[in-house]
Write a protein that binds this ligand. Sequence first.
Ligand code: UDP
Length: 243
Amino acid sequence: MKVNNFIKILGINIDKVTKAEALGIFEGFLEDSSCKQIVTLNPEMLIEAQKNPDFRALLSESELVFPDGVGLVYASKIKGQPLDERVTGIDFTYDALKLLAKKNMTAYFLGAKPGIAEAAARNLEKEIPALKIVGAHDGYFKPEDEAALIEDINASGADMLCLALGAPKQEFFANKYKDKLNCKVAIGIGGSFDVWSGTLKRAPQFYIDHNIEWLYRLMQEPSRIKRIAKLPLFLLKVAVYKE
Ligand code: UDP
């Protein structure tokens, strides 16, 4: 169920929300008892949705899908329905965690290499007054460990599950366990724990403001070139696709 206005790109409905609106929707999710899935969508995920019907179905079942990344801002311009602003998953989640802390609610961090989720949790707890990250686990577990992991997340009493397993793995994990999770919200946030732990540096504000954060990430992780090289083809597809 979509909760807002949406734009359609490559056949996928994407909620057209500002960060403030997305936070308002998130706050509403916290009032409800069932677990809601939030997806922060980038061009690679849209390309994946073209090839993978299960991923397409997952996106239509997710309660909030908003665009992350400059590629989708360009795509929205091509569609003649420009997005009002770029909402990045990492910025949204940071503000969502602040809101959680204000409400005396808690989060669990699952993902990234061993030790990173814990380090990210401790750093954010220092930065955000009253924030409680009540559990953390790395993202390199085996399928047979998943049941115990779900128990651990539920036992922690966390209201929000932040998943940094990379896309689309994190989205499939949330979708698979949504019905078993006691938390109110599950969100996939890619490499955010790497940034919050201090392992990777977030781009300086200049890069963010000029929509060239991808260039900074490329300089830190040159192997991302393969991913970035797909963007022009993605925009071409958007331009010729008949919705
Ligand atoms: N990761 C993980 N488990 C895996 C594969 C990846 O926890 O099996 C983590 C990885 O350590 C990194 C994050 O997922 O912290 C992926 O970050 P990336 O920026 O590549 O995310 P994407 O842009 O693909 O969503």
